[in-house]
Design a protein around this ligand. Structure first.
Ligand code: NAD
Ligand code: UD1
Length: 335
């Protein structure tokens, strides 16, 4: 049985479905700080089975321990954490507490329960301002904000911890830009307030919740002057976690892998693709570059393909169609 922390969040909920599709059972733990309880019934509907859920915080050692006492957990996929770059600059202590100390608490509880397989949600943000694209796992790492630093600190903690406990299985998965939704349209990304990320913003413009998209920067050295990113369908990403668990059924060790598609798309290309998927016009205007943004960030996913036998297969059209389907069916998200 797999413990999914943060399992009612965007990526966690899709991973719960991917695990169920693969025939695995899961326990979902979440404190609902950035999600909604409705997600649970939606996951159950998609999977055709009631989800096992525990409401709680990963920093609550007693609650965590009780999960390991109650269920035969064999591995943990750790999504729980805070993820907004801007917010992390305003509230660094909250980010270090939740993301760093929270992860340490999970590891400590696992050690006590003798559960030794851990999958961690890292981010392409750990590559800082990459010198070259596509980005390989061995490229230099750096952080430009507390959110990114919290991911880097946890990666370092995991490296140290593995040195001391080489009988563990640890996968650090560095996500590029997750987008899209489950094709049922029942679950998807439900940002609070004004979306920070591109696709949720575009889809709120398409549905009429916002009047136009502001494109941050038109003078990057890219194909059309706008920023280029490696957008990956959230179900492909979710399946990457199943692949990592399968890997540990056969082998042991510590792996770090990029989860991306290996293709970059510009903001304007994403706007066009979304217009085609939704048959709606996306009005936009150009503004100054956003602080901290890089021109291009896309992955070399070769290592994940070779070692995990995993490759993203859903194309940009599917990413946009599924985002739109989710948005159309859930005008106000899960509310
Ligand atoms: P999300 O906010 O949708 O999901 C995180 C979930 O964790 C939420 O349901 C939230 O309620 C829960 N949570 C937060 N703190 C908790 C705590 N202390 N105890 C229990 N539950 C807690 O975010 P997401 O997009 O699904 O991201 C999941 C993970 O992947 C995060 O660690 C994030 O940093 C990482 N990541 C996300 C992206 C992205 O673009 N979405 C990119 C790279 C990495
Ligand atoms: C952001 C985070 C990064 C995180 C990643 C995936 C910042 C500075 N970085 O990066 O840490 O790992 O999400 O979750 O927040 N764009 C617009 N207008 C918008 C929104 C975005 O033009 O309203 C542009 C951006 O300038 C960028 C591209 O769209 O070129 C993608 O932006 P976004 O979705 O925020 O992802 P990242 O910039 O990769």
């Amino acid at each position: 049985m797999i413990l999914i922390t943060g399992g009612t969040g965007y990526i966690g909920s899709h991973t719960a479905i991917a695990l169920s599709n693969a025939g695995s059972k899961a326990v979902i733990l979440d404190n609902f700080s950035n999600s909604n309880f409705t997600v649970l019934s939606r996951i159950s509907r998609i999977c055709g089975a009631q989800q096992i859920f525990v409401k709680g915080d990963v920093r609550d050692a007693a609650r965590l321990t009780s999960i390991f006492d109650q269920f035969p957990i064999t591995a943990v996929i750790h999504f729980a954490g805070l993820k907004s770059v801007g917010e992390s600059v305003q509230q660094p202590l909250e980010y270090y507490d939740n993301n760093v100390l929270g992860t340490a608490k999970v590891l400590e509880t696992m050690r006590r329960a003798n559960v030794k397989t851990f999958i961690f949600s890292s981010s392409a943000t750990v590559y800082g301002n990459p010198r070259n694209v596509p980005i390989k796992e061995n490229y230099p790492l750096s952080a430009t904000n507390p959110y990114g630093r919290s991911k880097l600190i946890v990666e370092n903690i995991l490296t140290d911890f593995y040195q001391s406990s080489p009988d563990w299985n640890i996968a650090v998965l560095r996500y590029f830009n997750p987008v899209g939704a489950h094709e049922s349209g029942l679950i998807g990304e439900d940002p609070k307030g004004v979306p920070n990320n591109l696709l949720p913003y575009i889809s709120q413009v398409a549905i009429g919740l916002r009047s136009k998209l502001t494109i941050f920067g038109s003078d990057y050295p890219t194909i059309d002057g706008t920023g280029v990113r490696d957008y990956i369908h959230v179900m492909d990403l979710a399946e990457g976690h199943v692949a990592a668990l399968n890997y540990f059924n056969k082998k042991q060790g510590f792996i770090t892998a990029n989860l991306g598609t290996g293709h970059g798309y510009s903001v304007l290309e994403m706007v066009k693709a979304f217009e085609a998927a939704s048959s709606r016009k996306i009005p936009y205007e150009f503004a100054e570059r956003r602080r901290g943004d890089v021109a291009e960030c896309w992955s070399d996913p070769t290592f994940a393909r070779e070692i995990l036998g995993w490759k993203a297969s859903r194309k940009i059209e599917k990413m946009c169609t599924d985002s739109w389907h989710w948005q159309l069916q859930n005008l106000k998200g899960f509310k």
